[in-house]
Every structure is written in C-alpha cells, then in structure tokens.
Design a protein around this ligand. Sequence first.
Ligand SMILES: Cc1cc2nc3c(=O)[nH]c(=O)nc-3n(C[C@H](O)[C@H](O)[C@H](O)COP(=O)(O)OP(=O)(O)OC[C@H]3O[C@@H](n4cnc5c(N)ncnc54)[C@H](O)[C@@H]3O)c2cc1C
Length: 467
Amino acid sequence: MTTNATPRPKVVIIGGGPTGLYAGRTLVEQEVEVILLEKESVPGGLATSHRKQGNFYDMGVHMLHEFDKEIFEDMKGIMGEERLPVQLDAKIRWAGSFYRYPLQFVDMIKGIPPLKLAWCVMGLFGSQFYYKMFPRVPKDAEEALIQLYGNPLYKFFFKDFTERYWGFPTTEISAKFITTKMPRLTAVDVLKKVFAKIGIKPSKVEAVDSALLDETLHYSKTGAEMMPRRLVKTIQDEGGQVLLNREVTTVQLREGRVVSVTARNAETGAEEIYPCDYCISTMPMPWLVQRMDGEVAPEVRESAGFLRYKPITVHGLLVNKPKCLSALYIYYRERIFHRVGDPKNAGLIVTPADHSVLIVETTCEEGDDKWNATDAVRNQIIEDLEIEKICTRDQIVEWHVMHCVTGYPIFRLGFEEHFDRVKAHLGAVTNLRSVGRQGGFTYPNMHGAMRMGANAAKSILEQAKIG
Ligand SMILES: Cc1cc2nc3c(=O)[nH]c(=O)nc-3n(C[C@H](O)[C@H](O)[C@H](O)COP(=O)(O)OP(=O)(O)OC[C@H]3O[C@@H](n4cnc5c(N)ncnc54)[C@H](O)[C@@H]3O)c2cc1C
C-alpha cells in the first residue's frame, strides 16, 4: 500500500495479453495508477477468442495450466464460476497411428514397426554413448535433436515436421529453441533412465516439460476470451484503465527514462499522449526499439531487425457435425495444419448445439498463400481434414480466418547475440521493462507470461519503494 509520503506512480503498460494484464493486476493491488494500452479491439493478445456470427473461435486453442501454483490460485478466483476444469486429452498423429500427447513409451512401442523401433532405440543409445564420451555444446537445432534423440528418431520424427513448421532447415535454427521450447518426449526419458542404469548418463542437453499426461487444464464456455475479460475487470475494479484500440506508436525518452507514451486511437484517429513514471512493454522487442525516440546505435537497429517472428493463420470452422475429434486437440505431422482443436470437447458452447467449432492452426509468412487463405490452401485444408476423417467439405458451414504476425519468436541460428544487444539497449532505460512472449522474445505459456508480468510489476514496485 502507498502512504501519504509516497506519491502514487503512474505506470503505462503496453499490450493487453496475459503478461500486460497480469502486470496490471499486480500493480493495481498496490494502488498504483495503471493505464494499459492495447492495439486490438479485444484484450488477451494471442490468448483470446474472437466472436464471429455467434460463436467463439480461439486464436489457437488456449487452456490454462496449473504449473505455477500461486498464479493458478489467483486465476481461479478471477475466473470464478466461469472456469471449466478439463482433463488434458491430446494426441499426436504420426506415421498412420495416434499417440497420446505427451508421447508415452508404451504407445511408442505399440505404434512403431518393430524394426524401426529397434533402429530408433539403437540410435538413441548410440547418441547417448557418443555424447557421453565426446560431450559438446550443440551448434544448431539439428545437432541438439540428434544429441537428445539419436539420428534415426530425429529423421523419423522431427526433421521434416520441424522444417515444414518453420520454413527453413534445422541447421538454421538455434539449439536454444530445442532446449527452451521443444517439449520433451517422455517416452525417450524412460529409455534414457534405462541407459543410465547401465552407466550411460544422458547428455547435458535437455528439452522442456510443457504438458503432463494426467494434467487438468482450465477453460470456459466462451473459450479463451474469458480469462482476459475477467482480468480486465479486476484492473478496472481497482481503478486502473484498460484502453483498447490504442496502438503505441512512440515511446518518448528523456535523460534515459521513459517520460510518456503516444498511442493512436483507432476509433478517432487521434494521437494521445500518456505521461508516465514507469513503463512495462509487452509489444515485440524489435518494434519497441523502432518506436523509441532518441538515438539508437546502428548495430542495435540491425540486431532488432534480425529478431523476427513466425506469423500464424488460424482457421475457425463451424462444422455441421456434433463432434469432430476424439480429443481436445490433435497434433498432425504430415498435414498442411500442425494442430486441430475441437474446443467443444472442453465445454465450449457452440450454436447450433449439434455443430462443432474446429480450430485449425498453420504457420505462414505475412502475405503468402497460407496467410491469404487462398482457394488452394483452403482446398488443401479440406482435403487433409477429409483424409483424417475430421469432417467433409459439405459439413463446413462457416469459415473464419484469423492472423497474428507475431505467433512464434524465431530462434534463428545466431539470434542470441542480437537478442543480447537489444536487451542491453532496452535494459539501459531504467524505468522500462520489456517482458512477455513478444517483449522478452521467449516462449512462455500463459502462466509463464503472467509470472513475467507479475515480476516486472514487482520490480517496479521495489524501484518505487512501494509495498
Ligand atoms: C497457437 C498458440 C496456442 C497456445 N496455446 C496455449 C495454451 O493452451 N496454454 C497456454 O498457457 N499458452 C498457450 N500459448 C501461449 C500463449 O499464447 C502466450 O503465453 C501468451 O499469449 C503470451 O502473452 P503476452 O502477453 O506475453 O503476449 P501476447 O499474447 O502476444 O500479447 C501481446 C499484446 O500486445 C499487444 N501489442 C503489440 N504491439 C502493441 C502496440 N504497439 N501497442 C499496443 N499494444 C500492442 C498485442 O496486440 C497483444 O495483445 C499458445 C500460443 C500459441 C501461438
């Protein structure tokens, strides 16, 4: 709580995704004056759903994990009676079979032809042995994957999919992507434990846990939009402002500090200036560099230009079929889409009730055929949906296309030095925090993004000597 002796600082938050909203929530609790500026007409960033002709379509199915207990307990209160707990039920479609997600050892044994399986296990054993004898830091994603899984499994499971997903070879992707983003294969962990018992310890390269087989996720009848909507309310209830349709165009600096932020009001066309004592930015890191006034060294500008994001196009389909998938979502490795979700299975209300909503996710480049959802792309999607027996062309009654230019930060080979340079440049501005998925150029899930928002807020409270 602030006291009479401590004036209430004013904090401008750029971006109303999970990071910005949770930062706002943390600050208003300490009676800090918060103005949150969001460029879109709905809050939530990637983690939202859009209402189209009466139904809600997630920007890629979004469900909350419980991994961060403190955030989860708080969110439970915020989501209230709208929260729908749902058992994780996801699958991977691979080489003609379905596997539970995360991939399990027993499923792998059952699903892979015996000779191929033996080859993969031998490859894994070989790589574990080799990298124990000759440990080395992997030079790119390909080498990291081979260290983790062995050459046969890398070629069988990862190579083609990863390259199709990103649009360039694994040798051009940083190893850091594999160790900080790519979900670990629990099936392989089991084998590695067996090897460890006979003295072959796993290499130091590790992948991350992103989901658990017996996990409970949290969702709502209106999809992902509920969480940001309710977070906005908690901010407003405590006197904070959440202003939508405000794209931040300039961040003004004086003597190395942010003094104000200018936003374009999409409704009136006016430029609005918001003075502030502190600023939390969750907009993409390179955009922030471009939009800060004052001198920027050419090498910082160049590095900002190197940090790019992979856009996504998400197709929301209303389908005249009561149920399309036997899971919440399924990952596909050989199709034009990489994941299809059927959020009705998690409790989404669909109108009419005997229809389903399908969320079909693709990566793309801005302006390419997938981005433009050309007829050829739509036909390919339909063909793949039909092959997978998800639905037929005739059953699709509505088709909505959603985009996000900043779907995934691209950990391109060599990005680290550019990231460090931009981070140092932004870090020199003492009352600014650039955080979140876009602002931190990283891969948190929603709870991780909220944690980043909370931490940014707390560091400002400490700097302002509040709390
Ligand atoms: C397809 C997909 C599915 C996912 N599913 C899950 C899931 O099931 N569970 C989970 O926990 N996580 C999931 N995630 C991750 C989740 O989306 C992110 O963790 C989360 O959205 C990150 O929040 P953020 O606020 O950091 O970034 P964002 O959500 O990207 O929000 C940034 C916000 O800043 C705004 N902004 C940008 N520039 C400006 C500007 N100049 N002025 C004003 N506003 C601006 C944007 O409009 C946006 O609202 C998924 C991600 C993807 C891509």
